[in-house]
Design a protein around this ligand. Structure first.
Ligand code: PLP
Length: 385
């Protein structure tokens, strides 16, 4: 198998799997229980919190575990807006992950004024538009750190400067940058930041929200006093332990992962561009998470490319957040100005810790052939298009 869909999810790191197995066999206590088998689990959760905090350059007290990256995004948005009932404006971008995008649509239905900051053809947000969109009535600005489909990195610290000038708080969705870019919360200056375990070789169904000390935030789930009253519900202990281990080993792994993955991505990019005519790389050429390669193969349907690659056990995604059955094209590709037929020809390849040179060899052997055959069937003539 050649797995080139690491932005969708990453395989569990063997060290994480081992830690989780050990935990499962030996610990079942409820972390809220006051006797030793509960307390030791609570201590382990706090150890995991420390690891996530360290990997983000935050303090332990600023990290809250959640049920997913999606929940972290929702908590950040509702938690801050609920803390400022008199402020009825929310600012986001046109290229957010559905976890933020759909939350914004819901807020509109609830009567909030939502501004969607547009992006240029590379997917970079328009800072002048942002400057006008943020008003003293804006409680929160939420703009992602890097886009999951095209990899473009947003100018988050400039966004923070603009928002702070008007007294707004800032959240960023770092689900696609945690473990891929070298940053800490202080470099960005944001008040809130979301991450997800299954994008950093940890288990699925667990995430975390960073909340800068002093940021007004109300709880999202109501009930027990878990997560210091911020997130009711018995903790996903096994998930948190796995996430903690994935975060603990992250800084060390990052040192070798990043240059290696970038070298492999550059090889794949060069190979595609040399061997396949009429392709277009989407996203910013430089300010991009380099492990993400989003290509439009002009004249083709992305699903056909995906399925043909899958028969060779090469797994990619259609670069669209929409379901395979949907005729709709990705809002991100639309936002960067792609025509629907070009958006529909778009495939996302994303590399990760376990991608090898052999994987790239196989992809570069199969892909040009598949594209060529599909184009012949679709009577695509690159000279005419
Ligand atoms: N935000 C971004 C940018 C993502 O890419 C994803 C997952 O694909 C999420 C949020 C949602 O994270 P989770 O799958 O943990 O809910």
């Amino acid at each position: 198998m050649v797995y080139l869909d690491n932005n969708a999810t990453t395989p569990l790191d063997p060290a994480v799997a081992e830690k989780m197995c050990e935990f499962l066999k030996e610990h079942f206590g409820n972390p809220s229980s006051l006797y030793p088998i509960g307390r030791e689990v609570k201590e382990m959760i706090n150890g995991a919190r420390e690891s996530v905090a360290r990997a983000l350059g935050a303090s332990k007290a600023e990290i809250y575990f959640t049920g997913s990256g999606t929940e972290a995004d929702n908590h950040a948005i509702f938690g801050v807006l609920d803390a400022f009932p008199e402020k009825r404006e929310f600012v986001t971008s046109t290229i957010e992950h559905p976890a933020v995008e759909e939350t914004a649509v819901y807020l509109e239905k609830k009567g909030y004024r939502v501004s969607y900051v547009p992006v240029d053809r590379y997917g970079v947000v328009d800072l002048d538009f942002l400057r006008d969109a943020v008003t003293p009535q804006t409680a929160l600005v939420s703009i992602m750190h890097a886009n999951n489909e095209i990899g473009t990195i947003e100018p988050v610290s400039e966004i923070v400067r603009i928002a702070k000038d008007k007294g707004a708080y800032v959240h960023t969705d770092s689900v696609q940058t945690f473990g891929k870019l070298d940053f800490g919360v202080e470099d960005l200056g944001v008040d809130l930041l979301s991450v997800s375990s299954h994008k950093i070789y940890g288990p699925k169904g667990v995430g975390a929200l960073y909340v800068r000390k002093g940021t007004p935030l109300l709880p999202f789930l109501h009930g027990g006093h878990q997560e210091r009253g911020m997130r009711a519900g018995t903790e996903n202990t096994i998930g948190i332990i796995g996430f903690g281990e994935a975060a603990r080993i992250l800084p060390e792994k990052f040192k070798t992962d990043k240059p290696r993955i970038e070298r492999l991505a550059a090889r794949l990019q060069k190979g595609i561009e040399e061997r396949i005519p009429k392709v277009r790389l989407n996203g910013h050429p430089e300010r991009r998470v380099k492990s993400t390669l989003n290509y439009s193969f002009l004249g083709l349907e992305a699903e056909a490319v995906l399925l043909a690659l899958a028969t060779k056990e090469i797994y990619v995604s259609t670069g669209s957040a929409c379901s395979a059955e949907s005729e709709e094209v990705s809002h991100v590709l639309t936002a960067i100005g792609l025509k629907p037929e070009i958006a529909r020809s778009t495939v996302r390849m994303s590399l990760g810790r376990f991608t090898t040179d052999a994987d790239i060899d196989i992809a570069l052997k199969e892909l040009p052939d598949i594209i060529d055959k599909l184009r012949k069937i679709s009577a695509f003539n690159p000279e005419e298009d």
